[in-house]
Design a binder for this molecule. Structure first.
Ligand code: FE
Length: 367
């Protein structure tokens, strides 16, 4: 997870409305400001969007203040992790002030959707900008969630011990030649549920379960820690090969500490399955809350996030790739990782497999 906060420490952030030269809404805002000053009121109380966010990056602040500058809509933000946000939405029910929900995994977005926590929306802007495989399946009512950035789930390996050719597919990680070498975080973590759901989609349930059993047989240690811990365990020699989201690796590659430089030197990265169905790609994405009171502002906010400048901030803030195609972001770690073939199955399909995957994990003893 990117950051964990308990519900007890949820915070509200209110950003002030600032006018800039050339701002098309400036005159309107000035007029409102003058009226408000005369009457001693707060400015434009109703022009807000309430955001529940599982993203916590410095660059996102700029993203939100730019939106306010462009539209006059204030962004009130509640920070929590994905599970905390979904729990809060359920508890608040119809009284929830949430308008936009920002989550960092397709499995969580799918869960929120299937629990009826989102409102389907129609937006030609979003439908044109976000590739169809990176959003929820459209229904006659609209689309419930959209991906705004992508991350790949890749293989990292110890360059001193392992040949790249032995670990360049997900399937090979379960091969007996890799016995005692494999490390992962918990199988039930959303990142792994999504990957295993994708594998199930690609090779079918029977083969996927055999594959999961093979992974368990090949473990160097019982699953524990987060993705960064797996990378470190590969660098220390405890594990030969591990799974990680690309942004954890990018953080290490961009770090200036001698410890991280040594890790980056020792660890190789593979984008698996380049000769078959491609590397599994997950998303960070957003939805309009089921009980949103500011739906139009929520859609405006999401459309803004699909704009070229917002996409750059949004993706780069966490060393991810923009969901919108054809944008070039100047991120040295992503540049160093190069281009790759990603899977093309709809990310919504992996959510559908979650329950099935959890049952398989239980059967094969994947903790
Ligand atoms: Fe994460």
């Amino acid at each position: 997870m990117n950051a964990i906060e308990n519900d007890s420490c949820l915070r509200y952030y209110a950003e002030s409305v600032i006018s800039q030269p050339g701002d098309p809404y400036m005159l309107k805002k000035l007029a409102i400001s003058s009226l408000a000053l005369a009457a001693g009121f707060a400015v434009a109380q109703d022009q807000v969007v309430n955001l529940y966010s599982a993203r916590h990056y410095q660059t996102d602040e700029k993203l939100y203040s730019d939106f306010t500058k462009a539209t006059g809509i204030k962004v009130n933000r509640v920070d929590a992790d994905d599970a905390g946000i979904l729990a809060r939405l359920r508890a608040e029910g119809a009284a929830s002030p949430a308008d936009v929900i920002l989550l960092v995994d397709a499995a969580r977005l799918w869960k929120g959707d299937s629990d009826g926590l989102f409102k389907p929306v129609r937006s030609t802007v979003l439908e044109a900008a976000i590739p169809a495989n990176l959003r929820a399946r459209a229904t006659p009512e609209g689309t419930t969630w959209f991906g705004f950035s992508t991350r790949a789930r890749v293989v990292v390996y110890d360059k001193l011990k392992i040949k790249k050719a032995d670990v360049d597919t997900y399937e090979e990680l379960a091969d007996p030649k890799n016995r005692g070498l494999v490390c992962t975080r918990s199988g039930s973590h959303p990142y792994n549920l999504s990957l295993f759901g994708a594998v199930t989609e690609h090779i079918g349930e029977v083969k996927a379960e055999t594959w999961l059993a093979g992974l368990v047989a090949n473990m160097a240690r019982a699953p524990k820690g987060g993705d960064t811990d797996q990378i470190k365990a590969v660098a220390s020699g405890e594990c030969g090969v591990a799974l990680t989201n690309t942004y954890y690796l990018a953080r290490i590659m961009r770090s200036n500490t001698s410890e991280d430089k040594a890790i980056a030197e020792r660890v190789g990265v593979v984008f698996p399955n380049q000769d078959s169905w491609g590397t599994h790609v997950n998303i960070a994405g957003a939805a309009v809350a089921k009980n949103a009171k500011n739906t139009a502002n929520a859609v405006k906010f999401m459309e803004y996030m699909a704009s070229a400048s917002a996409q750059e901030y949004f993706a780069n803030g966490n060393n991810e790739w923009p969901a919108v195609r054809g944008l070039d972001i100047s991120n040295p770690a992503l540049k160093a990782m190069g281009t790759f073939k990603s899977e093309t199955i709809p990310i919504s399909a992996v959510g559908n497999n979650q329950l099935k995957v959890q049952q398989m994990l239980d059967r094969v003893g994947y903790k």
